[in-house]
Design a protein around this ligand. Structure first.
Ligand code: ADP
Length: 264
């Protein structure tokens, strides 16, 4: 609950596993940001308990918490305040007291992971929107948190920029980072993530693989989820034997050309 009495989260019971790649979706005001901020300690809950690796969150020192779960803000311009890309990425580990050599190593690695090489000495405000988004992620990645919460990674950019960010996030997930995305861009993320959490009026109303969640018409309607176009076409062609749970254009094409196999 917020001090003004708004009850943003109601009875959420949730487990996040190491290696999860999750998209948290739902209409505006359904509680996504509030939940995410509770998960990384930016807000504390009025009731209930949050545990990380079996330990109540309140028992962690702030500094240790940042190394476990870190939040990448929606508007990258709220995050940048250093003069160069390099300094921006080095900032968080530096203030956490990590040794100079280690900070340098992490900075180089995070810059390269987010494909910002060559821009190290640029001023963050001279970067393109997509590059600023990647810089925001790099400057949290340098903390090497086990879990990254990324708020709307794909807003306001073109398709190519969004696909690139999703590919980079997928890479991080493959390397072992647990990732939670807060997003409206379901058509962009549904083929990448392994788990979809749907929030509605402060509750999680569905939790499962994207294919399974998007096949639940009631949930899709209630949470006003934007279903990928390929799935909508597949549904309208189900009378011709096309499985209605195709999610991507590639899958749809496969059925149309080969007329076989069920998506897993
Ligand atoms: P979402 O991220 O899904 O859009 P939020 O977590 O931002 O949802 O908001 C959930 C509810 O909490 C909404 O009713 C919103 O108006 C309210 N809320 C969010 N932030 C605050 C705040 N700082 N003070 C009071 N109410 C808030």
């Amino acid at each position: 609950s917020y001090p003004n009495g708004v009850e943003a989260i109601k009875g959420v019971d949730l487990k996040i596993f190491e290696g999860d790649f999750i998209a948290l979706v739902g209409p505006n005001g359904s509680g996504k940001s509030t939940l995410a901020k509770i998960l990384c300690g930016l807000l504390s809950q009025r009731a209930g308990q949050v545990e990380i690796e079996g330990k109540p969150m309140g028992k962690f020192h702030r500094r240790d918490l940042a190394k476990l779960v870190s939040y990448v803000f929606q508007n990258p311009d709220h995050q940048h305040f250093n003069q160069t890309v390099k300094e921006e990425v080095a900032f968080a580990p530096k203030i956490l007291g990590i040794s100079e050599g280690e900070v340098k190593e992490r900075t180089d690695e995070s810059i390269s992971e987010m494909e910002l090489n060559g821009l190290e000495n640029e001023h963050p405000l001279f970067l393109s929107k997509g590059e600023r988004r990647r810089l925001a992620i790099a400057s949290i990645l340098s903390l090497e948190p086990k879990m990254l919460i990324v708020d709307e990674p794909t807003t306001g950019q073109d398709y190519r920029t969004n696909s690139k960010i999703m590919a980079l996030l997928r890479n991080l997930n493959k390397k072992g980072f647990t990732i939670l995305l807060i997003t409206h861009a379901l058509p962009i993320v549904s083929s990448c993530v392994s788990r979809l959490l749907v929030m509605y009026m402060g509750r999680i109303i569905k939790d499962g693989a994207p294919r399974e969640v998007l096949d639940d018409d009631e949930v899709v309607k209630k949470a006003r989820l934007i279903v990928p176009t390929a799935k909508r076409i597949a549904e309208s062609l189900s009378g011709y034997g096309v499985p209605r749970n195709a999610l991507t254009a590639d899958e749809l094409l496969q059925y149309l050309t080969l007329g076989s196999s069920t998506p897993s």
